[in-house]
Design a protein. Sequence first.
Length: 149
Amino acid sequence: MNDIIQKLKTADECVQLVKNVRERNPELAQKARRRAVELRAISYNPTSEVELELLKAIYAYEEVLTEKNKRRTSASRTWQMVKKHGLIRAAERAVDRKIEPAGYKVLVEMGLHDLTFEAVIVRYPESFDASVVSRAKQRLKDISELEIF
């Protein structure tokens, strides 16, 4: 099964595989979805591992939006923030907002919890402001407590 995923060379090939197998093989569909996210992130030409992970978070969120809207949907507000502030600062601003973390919740529902800004910030704390790292940790803790009930 991993051979199938590794042979996928474009995000479009991955999306087609997801469509073809999602009903009968959800695990393979999930792997193909992750591969699409990875290929899109790599194509952006990130300059560091943390940038690659942040790009994966954005593209994963776009996958969620696309699934929800039944058509290819861009995370346009997030991309505007990236253009204006850069990847690191855009992620910090997104996590530092005091609003409900809807993006996190929908990524978790799709099994992509490791592809959230919060998760990336916690994995790479040296790249972010300490107060944002603290907020990301708290958000992850709050959400995981909610999932218990």
